[in-house]
Design a protein around this ligand. Structure first.
Ligand SMILES: *[C@@H]1O[C@H](CO)[C@@H](O)[C@H](O)[C@H]1NC(C)=O
Ligand SMILES: *[C@@H]1O[C@H](CO)[C@@H](O)[C@H](O)[C@H]1NC(C)=O
Ligand SMILES: *[C@@H]1O[C@H](CO)[C@@H](O)[C@H](O)[C@H]1NC(C)=O
Ligand SMILES: *[C@@H]1O[C@H](CO)[C@@H](O)[C@H](O)[C@H]1NC(C)=O
Ligand SMILES: *[C@@H]1O[C@H](CO)[C@@H](O)[C@H](O)[C@H]1NC(C)=O
Ligand SMILES: [Zn+2]
Length: 505
């Protein structure tokens, strides 16, 4: 028998589940609703209620869908100690989590209701990446207006301008500063880093919170990509094929942030899952023990690529250009190599993955690092060694956030593949997750996707086989000199495909 007092306590405990939890943190709401924000307390509270009600009691279902754990050998790979150099918005936003969705998304009422309906009806069987509702779309033929909050510092504004320029230069969308523009983005500092998803027609303008801790190129382009119309990478319904979400290390009240999203609000656009997407969560998001991952990559070598905030990945460019039918701006399309696509702002050239350059993406980029010995290396049937260098061996100053680059291509004859191994790793002695000082990105030949980021001896002497007859390496140096050695040889194709399949735009 349950005693009366116990019953009373039980009912009291259940009340929040029935009526939505009471505001625990009014201060958070004050921060979000800065003076200039046209959104309201009533609206934010209502949306919080809709979401918390829909997700309460459904967490076990969310958890049940995490899929099988990655192979033990991948989980045991040593990526070194956690990189505590840069604070991530997933951590900075903890004080506003109660009013955001997935840390940095401000849902509108329609989105919240649709989401709640799908959650309640158990409609998970879909993959999502981009918005579906056409009222949320911007138009390539109308400028996306923006305004800076006059309270932002000059440095802050200059940094955010770089992020706007990035999207302006790499898509058919045109951003234009206009302090009275209809549906403008109001770039402000409003308690953390966050954005609405898509154009919010019911507000005169919409806040994008990109204050002082949110204005690195990676973070600011991330928030702007939400505003352009994209959700997070790991909420795609096929994410369990790529990542393992460790619910045992997730703050229970935050588990709903790992929900997978329904197709009625999102489309995949036949895009591929990319660990290096700027829209992929940081792999420590919502951790109970912040020294342990909450998201584990199921593919070899991809752990360090998750949560990268250097800049949007090439797959992010593909995604935005595809959503907005950008190449239809060009009467004739270019034939681009290596998954490049016709540049909608200059129809006579291709937009290339960063390992390639030239009008049709066939050439090796020069690289910005001093002493870069970037080269196109021919593989033959016997193992050969290449020693790579980039950067100044006499410089002990860190240029964090402004790293320099160097590129190498390893090529086998057409129709063959390459076996490849790293035989000396950079910085093996100062191994650290994410490789902030020196890194090698290894792309085995699927160039519309991000590669493996390595610096420690994690990948040492592991023989990797290319997808096709080209492997691209990108060196990234922020400190001293990057030095590593690789061995490679051309091998006959074993009957599998020898060409990459690029996402068509
Ligand atoms: C970063 O912090 C975590 C947790 O405090 C610690 O385990 C880790 O060693 C630190 N990383 C470095 C490189 O000091
Ligand atoms: C600024 O926005 C307003 C309102 O949308 C528009 O009428 C005006 O033409 C825009 N100004 C410029 C210079 O584009
Ligand atoms: C892009 O084209 C598709 C198919 O023609 C169309 O359904 C979609 O609405 C277009 N998207 C935009 C943003 O105009
Ligand atoms: C690469 O460097 C190693 C020493 O680190 C040296 O023994 C080897 O000869 C070098 N190989 C080439 C091809 O330069
Ligand atoms: C970044 O590095 C480049 C050259 O590698 C230099 O021209 C530029 O001034 C640097 N930017 C900053 C902010 O340090
Ligand atoms: Zn986000």
């Amino acid at each position: 028998m349950i005693s009366f007092p116990t019953l009373l306590i039980l009912i009291l405990l259940l009340l929040p589940l029935i009526f939505g939890a009471p505001a625990e943190n009014p201060k958070a709401l004050e921060k979000i609703l800065v003076e200039e924000n046209p959104d309201t307390t009533e609206n934010r509270e209502k949306i919080r209620g809709i979401i918390s009600e829909a997700f309460e009691n459904r967490i076990p279902r969310v958890q049940g869908r995490q899929g099988v754990a990655p192979p033990v050998k991948l989980m045991a790979l040593n990526y070194g100690p956690k990189n505590n150099q840069t604070k991530r918005f997933e951590e900075l936003n903890s004080e506003i989590n109660e009013y955001t969705f997935e840390s940095d998304i401000m849902l509108n009422e329609n989105q919240a209701k649709n989401l709640a309906n799908s959650i309640i009806n158990g409609n998970y069987r879909s993959k999502r990446q981009a918005i579906v509702d056409t009222t949320l779309f911007w138009s390539p033929s109308t400028p996306i207006y923006y305004q800076f909050d006059s309270k932002l510092s000059a440095t802050n504004i200059a940094n955010v301008r770089k992020a706007i320029k990035f999207w302006n230069d790499n898509t058919c969308l045109s951003f234009q500063e206009n302090n009275s523009g209809k549906n403008r983005l109001f770039l402000s500092s409003a308690g953390g880093c966050w954005s609405y998803v898509g154009k919010q027609d019911n507000m005169p303008y919409q806040v994008v919170s990109v204050g002082p801790n949110c204005d690195s190129l990676g973070t600011a382009t991330h928030e702007l990509m939400h505003a352009i119309g994209f959700w997070h990478q790991q909420s795609r319904s096929d994410r369990d094929d790529y990542v393992y979400v460790d619910f045992s290390n997730i703050i229970p009240s935050q588990a709903y942030n790992f929900q997978k999203m329904p197709l009625d609000q999102a489309q995949l656009l036949a895009l591929k899952y990319d660990y290096g997407s700027v829209m992929q969560y940081y792999p420590y998001a919502f951790a109970l023990d912040s020294s342990k991952y909450t998201i584990l990559a199921k593919e070899n070598g991809m752990q360090n690529s998750m949560g990268q905030r250097e800049a949007p990945a090439f797959s992010d460019l593909i995604a935005v250009n595809k959503l907005y039918n950008c190449t239809s701006q060009c009467k004739t399309k270019m034939t681009c190599s290596n998954c490049g696509f016709t540049d909608p702002k200059n129809c006579n050239q291709c937009k290339c993955p960063n390992y390639f350059t030239g009008p049709t993406c066939d050439a090796l980029p020069t690289g910005t690092a001093v002493n870069c010995n970037g080269a196109i290396i021919q593989a033959i049937s016997s193992w050969q060694t290449f020693n790579a260098t980039a950067g100044d061996p006499n410089s002990y100053t860190s240029s964090q956030g402004n790293s320099s680059s160097c590129f190498w291509h390893i090529k086998a004859p057409a129709g063959q593949k390459i076996e490849f191994k790293m035989t000396t790793a950079p910085m093996a002695a100062i191994c650290m997750q994410e490789c902030p000082w020196q890194a090698v990105e290894i792309n085995l030949g699927q160039f519309d996707l991000y590669g493996m980021i390595t610096c420690c001896d994690t990948m040492l002497n592991q023989v990797l086989t290319s997808v096709q007859n080209v492997i691209a390496l990108r060196g990234r140096v922020s400190y001293n000199q990057l030095k590593f050695s690789v061995q490679y040889r051309a091998v006959p194709n074993q009957g599998t495909a020898t060409t990459q399949t690029c996402v068509t735009i």
